[in-house]
Write a protein that binds this ligand. Structure first.
Ligand SMILES: [Zn+2]
Ligand SMILES: [Zn+2]
Length: 403
């Protein structure tokens, strides 16, 4: 539907002002009171009756006037605990930052809401708009599913958009990654090592937890190099490691925290098991006691083959072949990412697709990655994103009338 793109472009100033509002006023996790209030107010102005179905999780419903199936579009709204350093005029000053581009997603979703309202009489079924909190800690999607977002009416298919500042394609390119696993699983681990502190000059009278920590750190990386098939992709990263306070004291405890990523459920289970075994085994060897906790878990993001192909086709028709890249059809491979996305919980329940919109902004020619205090995103993709959200929903419903 070419008109959707034209309509989206006409509201570009509004899309930018919404996005800058979110950017300047970021909130994190499940606590997004101002963001959700702003979103709900805009939705009410458009004629919606939005509902906060769980803490900071907003559902709005479009269509339902004609019989048909139900399609869900999802945008996340949370920021990160990072102090921004972009120097942009709408820079955040509250020590939080939209460094993953979720401010763009929220604005695109509001744009899609406007387009869907305008075309509501033409919608052959129902569109659910999922404005989600807490993607970064992988809790929001699950909370909204637990609150019933996929039921009443039952969702038949779903899609989400993520903008990318660090994928080397032309800004504005819309990538349909292909089928199967496109985003990694996630499991965080926290290892507390309990030893027995004492004087640095008499280690024989202590049980040194730092020694165990050093061995655990080294052994964890060997799970990947020695125990995982080299054709598989898996990561074990220790991102936090500390213990002790000065040079002549052996502390009581030490800590390691890290994350496990894979594209395969069996491998995921194996690595989780090995992390626990290694931590406990090494602690036992060195007379320490390990407390291992796994959390922030999320399954693999699984793109549905048929849905990926059909959404790519609908949007290619709207945007043209130069803009839309049906990656698997073109290259025979899927466009995977090494990150995770809690939209994976939606993918577990219904056919779903993660769509990438390339949005590199740069500062004097330098690109920064996601989650960096200087990352910039290209706002010119907002209209494209809004149109892709709305077009995917309208066209899929039109082409999949209820049996
Ligand atoms: Zn992120
Ligand atoms: Zn993100």
């Amino acid at each position: 539907m070419k008109t959707l793109l034209d309509e989206a472009k006409k509201m570009n100033d509004r899309l930018i002002s919404w996005r800058r509002h979110f950017h300047k006023n970021p909130e994190v996790g499940m606590e997004l009171p101002n963001t959700t209030e702003y979103v709900m107010e805009k939705l009410r102005d458009m004629g919606y009756q939005p509902m906060e179905i769980c803490k900071s999780g907003v559902l709005a419903v479009a269509g339902g006037k004609k019989p048909g199936k139900t399609f869900l579009i999802r945008g996340d709204m949370d920021a990160l605990p990072i102090a921004e350093e972009t120097g942009l005029p709408y820079e955040s000053k509250n020590e939080y930052m939209h460094a993953c581009g979720h401010d763009l997603h929220t604005s695109m979703m509001l744009g899609a809401a406007k387009l869907l309202k305008h075309h509501e009489d033409e919608i052959e079924g129902t569109v659910k708009l999922m404005f989600q909190p807490a993607e970064e800690n992988l809790q929001g999607a699950k909370a909204m599913i637990d609150a019933g977002i996929l039921e009443n009416p039952k969702v038949d298919a779903a899609m989400m958009i993520h903008v990318f500042a660090d994928v080397p394609h032309k800004p504005g390119t819309v990538i349909f990654p292909g089928s199967g696993p496109v985003g990694t699983t996630s499991d965080w681990f926290h290892i507390k090592i309990n030893g027995k502190g004492g004087h640095g000059a008499t280690p024989h009278l202590t049980i040194d937890p730092l020694n165990a920590a050093a061995h655990i750190y080294t052994a964890l990386s060997e799970v990947i190099s020695r125990e995982v098939d080299s054709v598989e992709m898996a990561v074990v990263t220790v991102g936090e490691m500390h213990g002790g306070s000065t040079g002549n004291i052996i502390p009581d405890t030490a800590f390691l925290q890290g994350t496990i990523r894979t594209f395969d459920d069996k491998l995921r289970k194996f690595i989780k098991k090995r992390v626990v075994e290694i931590a406990e085994g090494i602690c036992t060897s060195f007379r320490c006691r390990a407390e291992v906790r796994l959390f922030n878990s999320c399954p693999v993001v699984w793109n549905d083959k048929e849905l990926n192909a059909s959404l790519a086709a609908y949007n290619m028709e709207m945007l043209g072949q130069e803009i839309v890249l049906d990656y698997e059809a073109k290259t025979g491979e899927t466009h995977k990412m090494n990150g995770s996305e809690d939209f994976a919980y939606v993918c577990e329940k219904v056919p779903a697709v993660l769509v990438k919109v390339i949005a590199q902004g740069n500062e004097n020619g330098v690109n920064f990655p996601h989650h960096h205090p200087k990352v910039r995103f290209d706002e010119s993709v907002l209209a494209t994103g809004a149109a892709v959200y709305a077009n995917s929903a309208i066209e899929w419903l039109k082409n999949h009338l209820a049996d």
